[in-house]
Design a protein around this ligand. Sequence first.
Ligand code: ZN
Length: 239
Amino acid sequence: MASLDFMEIPRADEATGRQDAFELFARETLQALGFAIVLDPSRGADGGKDLVVGEQRVGPLSETRIKWLVSCKHFAHSGRSVTPGDELNVVERVKAAGCDGFLGFYSTLPSTGLQNLVGGQPGIEVCLLDHESIERRLLGSVKGHDVVKRYFPASYTRIKPQPANLYGPVEPICCESCGKDLLEPPSGIWVLWRGEPEAGKVGDHYIDMHFTCKGACDVRVESRVRARRHGAICLRRLG
Ligand SMILES: [Zn+2]
């Protein structure tokens, strides 16, 4: 299920001052995925901004560098798919840019017509990334998470791991004297006990720790600990 709401990225077809956000997002995403930026987004013949990125492929014998012409289409706000009419003269554009492949970077889906059309182009490589494959790649990489945080702040708040979930359910911490839950609401005190110092030295190791309510419970627990641990030093910390 899709977790990222691509409508968080401003529309590309309105002069809001942020209409280039999707191209910048494409640039940062591809960079986070390990592509090198060869040419920054520039206005193409069809009015869309194109970007050129390089991919280093390492084989057992040699390294190959593939240059991709990236075509960004941000239709998430209308929800329509990218059709052959949106991507004219694909091969000519790739050749004119001196590239080896065509990379569609789309916030919706490519239509079946477009997939069939570009899939059968001779002499160039073709890769179409739709919103789900972009999301999968971003969420699967550490650098990708930084891009998600910046471009999808609301989605990120929904999906980021909650610290409480990392450690399992929250266990209550109860007063050792009366049993009151000290986390609901937060109250009480925690008391750390340091070992008896050796002659001429300050005690430097902790030997005991207790949680209690402030006041009478604290006094009761302290006297129990003192009876058990002769010479120990009590360090109080307010909760
Ligand atoms: Zn208590």
